[in-house]
Design a protein around this ligand. Structure first.
Ligand SMILES: C[S@@+](CC[C@H](N)C(=O)[O-])C[C@H]1O[C@@H](n2cnc3c(N)ncnc32)[C@H](O)[C@@H]1O
Length: 254
């Protein structure tokens, strides 16, 4: 049996081929994350950053967006999937960027960066709460951390065909960012968050799962496995509602 991490890297290795063409929702969310950051930061704040780290970079879309806004001296990109790292290398010019196949849960060099960013990746953490508070404790004073993460996925479709709960059972459990927000030490961190729902339509429910599979985001992390082939007989249009949290965190005190 493949372990948790192997399953994820294997799946995103496979998804790297079609990730760029089939990741429309991730791209939309990324553009919003960069906008959210731009609104909260001042130009003065921004020019200070030198050494950035992207966690779960995929094909490099977020680095490509943020480099239009920021003039980082260096950006280090990490991803657990070797093939995603190869895609990112293809998509970005060589100067200023370095790459590493690494797991953000066990990465131990957070202390040397002054800007941390991640789009739609950190929910793949083995334990998001441990990852999150570890990063907050290691990030240097005056550094900034921005990210987006899905916290809930809801479906709208003709519920006469199937019980909605059964459908939602097929989705991995997502982090509860409201609960984590309450635990952040507000004396040490300036903290802003926003929630937004993004919608994506598919002609039929199975198409949604095929899309997830095509980008490698289909690893089922639940202990109980459910076969999705019962969805084959469902032919009604489906809307996927992604509830996404955006966070901006600045460490003001050690
Ligand atoms: C949905 S993709 C998002 C990619 C990119 N940030 C974007 O916005 O297009 C999630 C990425 O996170 C990576 N990932 C998942 N778990 C990881 C981990 N523990 N450490 C590093 N990368 C991880 C996957 O390999 C994949 O490339």
């Amino acid at each position: 049996m493949m372990n948790f991490k192997k399953k994820i890297s294997y799946s995103f290795d496979r998804g790297s081929k079609f990730y760029e063409s089939n990741s429309n929702i991730q791209k939309k969310i990324c553009v919003d994350l960069v906008k959210f950051y731009k609104e909260l930061s001042t130009k003065n704040d921004r020019i200070k950053f030198k050494n950035a780290l992207e966690m779960g970079c995929g094909s490099g879309f977020m680095t490509n967006q943020i480099k239009k806004l920021e003039n980082f001296k260096k950006i280090h990109l990490i991803d657990i999937s070797k093939k995603m790292i190869s895609k990112a290398k293809e998509n970005l010019s060589k100067e200023n960027f370095s790459y590493q196949v690494a797991d953000f849960d066990t990465f131990n060099n957070y202390k040397i960066y002054d800007f941390f960013f991640s789009n739609m990746s950190l929910h793949w953490s083995e334990n998001f709460s441990i990852f999150f508070f570890n990063l907050l404790s290691q990030m240097p004073t005056d550094s900034t951390f921005i990210f987006s993460i899905p916290t809930e996925i809801k479906f709208d479709f003709d519920s006469l065909e199937i019980n909605k709960n059964l459908f939602e059972e097929l989705i991995n459990t997502l982090p509860d960012t409201d609960f984590l927000e309450k635990q952040i030490d507000k004396k040490k961190f300036n903290f802003f968050s926003k929630k937004k729902i993004f919608k994506e339509k598919f002609k039929k429910p199975l198409d949604f799962f095929f899309n997830l599979k095509s980008i490698g985001a289909n690893t089922n992390l639940k202990k109980t496995k459910t076969n999705i082939f019962f969805l084959r007989r469902m032919n009604s249009e489906i809307t996927i509602n992604y509830n996404v949290s955006f966070m901006f965190i600045k460490k003001i005190r050690a």
